[in-house]
Design a protein around this ligand. Structure first.
Ligand SMILES: Cc1cc2nc3c(=O)[nH]c(=O)nc-3n(C[C@H](O)[C@H](O)[C@H](O)COP(=O)(O)OP(=O)(O)OC[C@H]3O[C@@H](n4cnc5c(N)ncnc54)[C@H](O)[C@@H]3O)c2cc1C
Length: 469
């Protein structure tokens, strides 16, 4: 794809607009050349602009559209598929300075925030107000704009859904610089095409989101977690469908291998309260009061024992819950730090097929010479699989890794799954997406991209890859 490389005059224009928040050449931080998966390549933008207002974003986009300069929107850069990297150079447009909470509206139970607000800062603020934003992706230093643009999921999706379910409205800037306000503080809305829903999960390829109105909830009064050991990973996942259909409405149902717990112990220096079984489920329940919570937990425990659990460990104090969820939150980082490099697969399969998929995966992991670590959101069918490079012939590892990935995606397709449950496509997963989407739907995606972005300047090469204009 042919884009203009910004020159001296372009830089002068950007500096007039955004002053010392414009960086070029050696002033560009190395961090801006990649996301959390360096294995998908490092790409140096020609210019980095840290925008502070929607109007600045609009001016930058209008200018770049007029002069055919590629623009890559970026939040905190915690993505896992190379979505926020400047594949074609040009402008990297960072939203990280747009980090204010604009309003907490208790009457409508909404929060209006700028796109660059970090999830962890939002959680802290809401917790102090006894309020609750349910989406719970593992990386709390991501921005809310990044969460919206990847439709981030997380541990509580089983009960509460994903980011999409909490986005009521947004302010976004189209590639030509037009500012749109889509959605509202509404509980229902059947007024025309839902542009908001097209933008959610579009990974910065259609528009740059600058503000979001999010639905918030009162904080649940009571929460409890159980750690449940099983004799094998296959046994652990085999009970998930029964737990979900028992009407107990769990908040999270996570599965994990003993091997990953060992890596977390090394990484955090903290052990899980139990680490004698080959695999575990971690299940949490929210309730309106303690009595209801205990009733549901007791039913759940009895069911788990009937289904073949080896034990049930309760965590009802903050300290005990912390001893489970802190290590759980560090799985990805622990695996990453244990290997020289790793590739990731984030497939999602129907919940009723998790057992079949995990059986396939664990057999595959036993047969291959490569180290495969995995864990996942068993309750919503989303698995995270890491193929680790621990040294030796790098080219050979890559070939073997590609073969394993191919098998995993083929199996996901066979059981009715999709390429990504929550991390997105970026540019790393583009080759797989086409296999999962029928031609008419893929063609429709291309037309959507072109109607938002006729010149193709916004995050080129991502999600649907390069398209002819
Ligand atoms: C340790 C770890 C754990 C994680 N756990 C989870 C998890 O449990 N669930 C989950 O869903 N993800 C998880 N992630 C992935 C990552 O945190 C999410 O994808 C997150 O939503 C990315 O937000 P970000 O601000 O870092 O976005 P970036 O990485 O900067 O960008 C992600 C994509 O969104 C686009 N984008 C960002 N901001 C905007 C904007 N304002 N307007 C338009 N486009 C924009 C970018 O162009 C890019 O395509 C994890 C990552 C790590 C490192």
């Amino acid at each position: 794809m042919n884009f203009k490389t910004p020159d001296h005059n372009d830089l002068k224009y950007f500096k007039q607009l955004c002053g010392d928040r414009v960086f070029a050449g050696e002033l560009i931080k190395e961090d801006y050349t990649h996301d959390e998966m360096k294995i998908y390549g490092t790409y140096m933008p020609d210019v980095v602009i840290e925008a502070e207002t929607t109007e600045e974003v609009a001016e930058v986009l209008k200018y770049c559209n007029d002069y055919n300069i590629a623009v890559t929107p970026r939040g905190a850069g915690t993505g896992l598929c190379g979505g926020c990297t400047a594949l074609y150079g040009g402008v990297l447009l960072s939203l990280i300075r747009m980090n204010r909470v604009l309003e907490i509206d208790r009457k409508n139970m909404t929060a209006t925030v700028q796109a660059g607000l970090l999830l962890m800062d939002f959680i802290d603020l809401l917790t102090a107000e006894k309020l609750f934003y349910p989406p719970d992706p593992g990386e709390k230093s991501a921005t809310l704009g990044g969460n919206v643009m990847t439709n981030a999921g997380g541990m509580r999706a089983v009960r509460y859904g994903v980011t999409r379910d909490y986005v009521k409205a947004m302010t976004a800037v189209l590639p030509g610089g037009e500012i749109i306000h889509t959605g509202g503080k509404l509980s229902k809305n059947s007024s025309g095409y839902c542009i908001r829903n097209i933008l959610i999960g579009s990974e910065g390829t259609l528009a740059v989101v600058t503000e979001v109105i999010l639905k918030i909830l009162p904080r649940p009064e009571y929460g409890m977690t159980v750690l449940v050991p099983f004799g094998s990973i296959k046994k652990a996942v085999s009970v998930v469908a029964d737990i979900l259909s028992a009407g107990l409405n769990p908040t999270a149902v996570e599965f994990m291998q003993l091997e990953v717990l060992g890596l977390v112990r090394e990484y955090l220096g903290k052990s899980f309260p139990d680490s004698n079984a080959p695999s575990y489920l971690l299940i949490s329940i929210d309730a309106e009061d303690e009595e209801t919570g205990w009733k549901r937990i007791s039913k759940l425990s009895a069911l788990l024992m009937d289904l073949g659990a080896e034990d049930v460990f309760y965590a009802d104090t903050d300290e005990r819950k912390e001893s489970l969820w802190t290590p759980r939150g560090a799985f990805l980082e622990a695996i990453k730090s244990s290997s020289l490099e790793m590739d990731e697969c984030d497939v999602v399969v129907p919940v009723g097929k998790v057992e079949e998929f995990v059986e396939f995966l664990s057999d595959l992991a036993e047969l291959t010479p490569l180290r495969i670590n995995y864990f996942g959101h068993a309750g919503d069918g989303n698995l995270h699989i890491y193929i680790c490079y621990d040294g030796g012939d790098r080219a050979q590892w890559q070939n073997q890794c590609d073969e394993i990935m191919k098998k995993l995606y083929e199996k996901a397709l066979e059981v009715g799954g999709q390429v990504s449950g929550e991390h997105g496509i970026g540019h790393a997963k583009v080759p797989y997406l086409k296999d999962f989407i029928e031609i008419p739907e893929f063609e429709l995606m291309k037309k959507i991209k072109l109607s938002f972005d006729p010149k193709g300047i916004l995050n080129p090469g991502k999600v649907i890859g390069n398209i002819e204009k």
